[in-house]
Design a protein around this ligand. Sequence first.
Ligand SMILES: NC(=O)c1ccc[n+]([C@@H]2O[C@H](COP(=O)([O-])OP(=O)(O)OC[C@H]3O[C@@H](n4cnc5c(N)ncnc54)[C@H](O)[C@@H]3O)[C@@H](O)[C@H]2O)c1
Length: 428
Amino acid sequence: MNQVNKVKNIAVIGLGYVGLPLACLCAYKGMHVSGVDTDNNKVALIQKGVSPFMDQNLPKELMQSLTSINATTDIRGAVGKSEVIVVCVPTPVNNEHLPDLKSLKEACTGIAESIVNDSLVIIESTISPGTTEDVVLPILKKSGKKFFLAHCPERIDPGNLKYTIRNLPRVLAGIDDESTEKAFGFYKSIIDAEIMRLRSVKAAEATKIMENTFRDVNIAFVNEMAKSFDKAGIDITEVIKGASTKPFGFMPHYPGAGVGGHCIAVDPYYLISKAKQMGFSHDFLILARKINESMPDYVVQLLNRKLKSAGVDIRGAKVGILGIAYKPEVSDVRESPFFKVKSILAKKEAKLEVYDPYVKEYSTVSSMDEILEISDYLLLITGHKEFTDLEITKFREKKIKIIIDGRNCLDMEKIKELGIVYHGIGRN
Ligand SMILES: NC(=O)c1ccc[n+]([C@@H]2O[C@H](COP(=O)([O-])OP(=O)(O)OC[C@H]3O[C@@H](n4cnc5c(N)ncnc54)[C@H](O)[C@@H]3O)[C@@H](O)[C@H]2O)c1
């Protein structure tokens, strides 16, 4: 059953990394798109046809559809004229690592107040199993209208040009068969990839959480291996290269200064919290989170150790931090290990400078040259191309003495040949 051809008006709630590409794709496919966001600045930019992101990874043709989106802060107006409403609002955790569903509840309340009969509501935000039926459904029912409801978790990987919103396979499930079929038909009309219907909404919700938790525990595993191999004098990058020659049963993950972003560093907590309510303790996931959250402290320890060996006090040491974003070539700083690293170094009273070509807001200098000029020691947090492509001899020209490579992305041998002290994560 494909009712998509009938979909003329769609509202996308939340125009972020997930919602904006979807809104553009729907506009590109000829739908009339209302894009709703609570951020006035974002709405104003989109109204002018300007992307609010520095790192927009939309294919060019989708980017052009930005001007076709009717961006607004008026959720009720947008929902009232839409047959399909897709919710892409943030689902972060609070300071106690508990799910914060404030945006989701607000969005659903706005939808309930203006939804028309027979509309389809799809939740794309990442949520714990049970949230669609236990949190979203009761709010929408207050509308007194007949509606369809489904969950289709988004898997988009900002910065990944191979897998985009157009060709990433999806899973989905509705609260009943009709909802499932309506949601299936809608995605079939916009996406050129497999769309799998699952038998329960909870399974769809859990799929996304399991995918991201899989990443988190594997990264924690390799971070622990890196710490261990560091003591043993074994280069972990060599070991990963070696293990990757096995054609089955091994999937490389890489150690680093910490896990960031709105997904991997957050989603395991949704499951940990939900399971706790049901009387199950996710010991393994809790340990993985603990290990990954220890990495910012670990990289500062590495720097401190090298400074001590050189007879330098960290207090007053001129340290340049390279990278703020949580991953290369994006401007997203959510949950980035940078913030912890910066705070630990600030407490130790190091003299800090920071540079990220994508994140002007927290950078203290405006170029690579500038940070190299005023730093003696470097701590790399993000493997941006600008850092990895730099001519290594520049480090010597600028008299850099120690480099802590938090992403193992610099040429260790060449740096050492130049007489600069190098330490990576699990390699030195
Ligand atoms: N960023 C990713 O890589 C990614 C990938 C897959 C899934 N997700 C999930 O998708 C969801 C959205 O993530 P994102 O990265 O796009 O977040 P984002 O912060 O980039 O965008 C969310 C947008 O929603 C807006 N918003 C907040 N409350 C609102 C409300 N009540 N009504 C309307 N707009 C509101 C915000 O202003 C923001 O612009 C989250 O659940 C996230 O876990 C994110």
